[in-house]
Design a binder for this molecule. Structure first.
Ligand SMILES: [Zn+2]
Length: 129
C-alpha cells in the first residue's frame, strides 16, 4: 500500500457500513447525489484488471445484492454503477466502484442538480436483513 491511501485507511479502521470478504461499502464523502455509495476493495488494487476471479465474482454478487436492497427500499429507484479505473481514479485512493441510486428521468447524465433524498435508514435496515 502507498504511504497515503485514504481507502486503505478506511478499510484498516473498519469504517464501513457493510462488508464482504474482499470489499467494503461506504458512503461517498462528496456525494454526487444523496445515497451515493462506494464499493472499495479491501486489498490495495489500482485497477479492475488486478482483481482475481474470486474478487470479481464477489464484486458482481455485491452489485446484485445492492441492487436488490435498493429495489426493496424503494421500487421506483434503480442504480447507476460508475468505475473510474486505474489512471482515472483520484490520487491517494484505490479500486472503487461508485453506486448511485437514481430515479428515472432525474437529469443525472445532463448534469442537472438533484433534490432526490435517499431513504438511508430504510436502506441500512434492508441491508442488514
Ligand atoms: Zn489503498
Amino acid at each position: 500500500m502507498p504511504l497515503s491511501c485514504v481507502f486503505c485507511e478506511l478499510v484498516k479502521h473498519q469504517a464501513w457500513i457493510h462488508e464482504t470478504t474482499h470489499f467494503a461499502l461506504v458512503w461517498d464523502i462528496a456525494p454526487m447525489r444523496d445515497g451515493h455509495l462506494l464499493i472499495l476493495s479491501k486489498p490495495h488494487h489500482e485497477s479492475l484488471s488486478e482483481l482475481n476471479s474470486i474478487e470479481l465474482d464477489e464484486l458482481m454478487a455485491l452489485q446484485l445484492q445492492l441492487l436488490q436492497v435498493i429495489k426493496a427500499t424503494d421500487p421506483s429507484l434503480d442504480v447507476t454503477y460508475i468505475l473510474n479505473n486505474g489512471l482515472l481514479k483520484d490520487e491517494g485512493t484505490h479500486f472503487h466502484l461508485h453506486v448511485l441510486p437514481r430515479q428515472p428521468h432525474d437529469g443525472f447524465w445532463e448534469g442537472k442538480p438533484s433534490t432526490f433524498s435517499f431513504p438511508k435508514a430504510r436502506f441500512l435496515e434492508n441491508l442488514s436483513k
